[in-house]
Design a protein around this ligand. Structure first.
Ligand code: 13P
Length: 250
């Protein structure tokens, strides 16, 4: 039985003070409301440490949105996995489509980051997803399979890995994949991972869906057999919306 996981990806939103306020409100609900799924929140780098302090008691997983693949050195503007672990992070999101689209991250770079983050003791949420053009050209499965295979190259232990399927055309657009569309891709991801890491490991792997998840569609999406929770953007910035999604996951 896979425990569902719902993570709020705050993207480039909120100052430290705003982040602490939002995190405090979410922690109060998650910590007191008998939530059974795993919950994470991913504020910006400057807010991580302060947010970590106010959520610690609640069991919410402090999550970062990115990291570099080296431990330290002359990489201006970057933050390493080692630093994130020391700052109290449990998870790091890697290979988000916004990083791939706007910052030139290839699956090869994502793979270097995944390996480093796992080696530093972080859990990884590795994102994959096709563009609208790719979906319309019928290459969704091929694109996702390639992203999964390249992203997991030389990764032998996936105990600390979560994969997030986020169709690029569904992110921030209000368009959600239907639960059947999402289930089809999730099943294909699990089959790909089974081919790499074996059936047993793949059956334990949690695969989140992301892309315009909201209170009104979360329950249906999370009810699909291979969908193990969500990676939530816009709706994670409001306590009530985020909690409705968390509660839909159990
Ligand atoms: P939205 O929920 O805003 O579509 O964003 C999804 C996402 O990118 C989460 O990582």
């Amino acid at each position: 039985m896979r425990r569902k996981i719902v993570v709020g990806n705050w993207k480039m939103n909120n100052t430290i003070a705003e982040s602490v306020e939002l995190a405090t409100a979410i922690a109060e609900k998650v910590g007191n409301d008998g939530v059974t799924c795993e919950v994470g929140i991913a504020p910006t780098f400057p807010a991580l440490h302060e947010v970590g302090k106010v959520i610690e008691w609640s069991g919410i997983a402090l999550t970062a949105q990115n990291c570099h693949y080296e431990n330290d050195g002359a990489f201006t503007g970057e933050v390493s996995a080692r630093m994130l672990a020391a700052a109290g992070c449990r998870y790091v999101i890697l290979g988000h489509s916004e990083r791939r689209q706007y910052f030139g991250e290839t699956s090869r770079i994502v793979n270097l980051k995944v390996r480093k983050a796992l080696a530093e003791g972080l859990k990884v949420i590795m994102c994959v997803g096709e563009t609208l053009e790719q979906r319309e050209n019928g290459v969704t499965e091929a694109v996702i399979t390639e992203q999964v295979k390249e992203g997991l190259a030389e990764v032998s232990d996936i105990t600390n890995l979560v994969i997030a399927y986020e169709p690029v055309w569904a992110i921030g657009t209000g368009k959600t994949a239907t639960s059947e569309q999402a289930q089809e891709v999730h099943a294909s991801i699990r089959a790909t991972v089974a081919g790499i890491c074996g059936e047993q490991a793949a059956s334990h792997l949690r695969i989140q869906y992301g892309g315009s998840v909201k209170a009104s569609n979360a329950q249906e999406i999370f009810s699909m057999p291979d969908i193990d929770g969500g990676l939530i953007g816009g709706a994670s910035l409001k306590v009530e919306d985020f909690m409705a999604i968390v509660n839909a996951a159990g």
